[in-house]
Design a protein around this ligand. Structure first.
Ligand code: GMT
Length: 377
């Protein structure tokens, strides 16, 4: 099939999922066109089936805000008609689903019926989308998509609670490409560069926004390192990082915390890790936790949003109420001190992650595309 993918090209989970999905579809022989404001960070172009189209917004002094949606919908019209795309798969409702709707209407006037698939990722519903500033437009774009997916049952529930939705929402979980993980085992995992043999490595990966509660990560680690020699690896950049640095210095643990910034090699970092911490206020899914589990890393997390659909309490990690850093630390220490239990959790984590392997999830998207394609059924 010929598929257009629209997403945020940055390090956010929705962009990562969209990019991995597009690359996997291209590997299966589909023609995939990425239509984004910048080259997506995880996108490799080494496939004859992958095309990239940049959405360019002309700066003009009259505009207080540059009209990205207009530029995007114009670009969508151009790409769909030039390459005869059958499907536009937009990730993140704002403004992508809205721009796709506009493009669809313009294309219909030209006799072209492109089908729009909207995937809801979380913050587009729970944090931003339901705000009165955007609510009507988000609701309208969801209701006028040809196929709507949400990345967890919890996000589907939130969407139905926050909006008046009159179309079915199909849950298609996020996925992981296990082909990336064997590479680690081929001798790439030299943890000695980061920690001594007797030290445990605790990891947190996020965009360091307040919804991720990176300060809770520091509080949990502070308690862990008092009991167990350990290092904390922080991967990602974002607005909370300065506060995190300040707190780490204040607690006198600066030499035990390694700030790695943004990374494309998350899977390498995860192969060093003994434990992953995800104390978020909310996660529609928690892709970072899944990536950790795929690399045999148990997860200490909150029990919010869709996280319990991924991280299983007492099996692949432990879940606690939001902000209960004492319990999170106690669970982490319990696991790290008990080698047999820790090894069991590591194994369980990988087994559970395999439920979300790309081989299982990709056909669900292909099935969705086929079910709405023009001429289908
Ligand atoms: O979590 C973020 O800050 C980024 C955000 C995004 O849209 O890129 O992530 C959301 O989508 C991910 C991929 O589907 C999910 O794994 C994250 O849980 C979700 N984030 C939230 O719900 C806060």
């Amino acid at each position: 099939m010929k598929i257009g993918i629209v997403c945020y090209p940055t390090f956010g989970g929705s962009g990562v999922v969209a990019t991995e999905l597009g690359m996997a579809l291209a590997n299966k022989g589909h023609e995939v066109h990425f239509i984004t404001s910048k080259h997506p960070v995880r996108l490799g172009l080494l496939s004859k089936n992958i095309h990239f189209h940049e959405v360019f917004v002309e700066e003009y002094p009259v505009f207080h805000y540059q009209p990205y949606e207009l530029a995007l919908s114009t670009k969508l019209v151009e790409v769909v008609s030039t390459y005869s795309l059958e499907i536009l798969h937009v990730h993140y409702a704002i403004p992508h689903a809205y721009a796709a709707y506009m493009a669809k209407q313009m294309l219909l006037k030209r006799g072209i019926d492109v089908k729009v698939v909207t995937t809801l990722h979380g913050t587009d519903i729970t944090l931003v989308g339901s705000h009165p500033t955007y609510r009507a437009a988000v609701e309208f774009s969801i209701n006028n998509s040809d196929f709507v997916t949400a990345v967890s049952n919890d996000l589907k529930k939130d969407t139905l609670r926050l909006f008046n939705i009159d179309v079915p929402i199909h849950v298609i979980y996020n996925f992981i490409d296990f082909k990336q993980y064997p590479r680690i085992k081929d001798g790439d995992c030299s943890r000695s560069a980061l920690a001594a043999d007797n030290e445990k490595i605790i990891t947190h990966v996020s965009n360091m926004r307040s919804v991720k509660r990176p300060l809770d990560v520091v509080e949990v680690f502070y308690q862990i390192q008092k009991e167990i020699p350990s290092k904390l690896l922080l991967v990602g950049e974002g607005p909370e990082i300065e506060k995190v640095e300040y707190r780490v210095k204040e607690l006198g643990i600066y030499e035990k915390v390694i700030f790695l910034g943004n990374s494309n090699d998350v899977y390498k970092v995860l192969c060093y890790s003994d434990l992953f911490i995800l104390p978020s206020i909310n996660e529609s899914f928690g892709l970072a936790a899944l990536e950790a589990m795929a690399a045999n890393t148990p997860v200490i997390s909150t029990n919010t949003g869709g996280i319990p659909e991924v991280n299983i309490h007492g099996k692949t990690g432990f879940l606690s109420d939001l902000g209960n850093v004492n319990e999170m630390a106690a669970n982490a220490i319990h696991l790290l001190k008990n080698e047999k239990l820790h090894n069991q959790f590591k194994e369980n984590a990988q087994i559970q992650a395999r439920e979300f392997s790309m081989d299982k999830i990709l056909p669900l998207y292909e099935e969705a595309y086929r079910s709405i394609a023009v001429g289908c059924c």
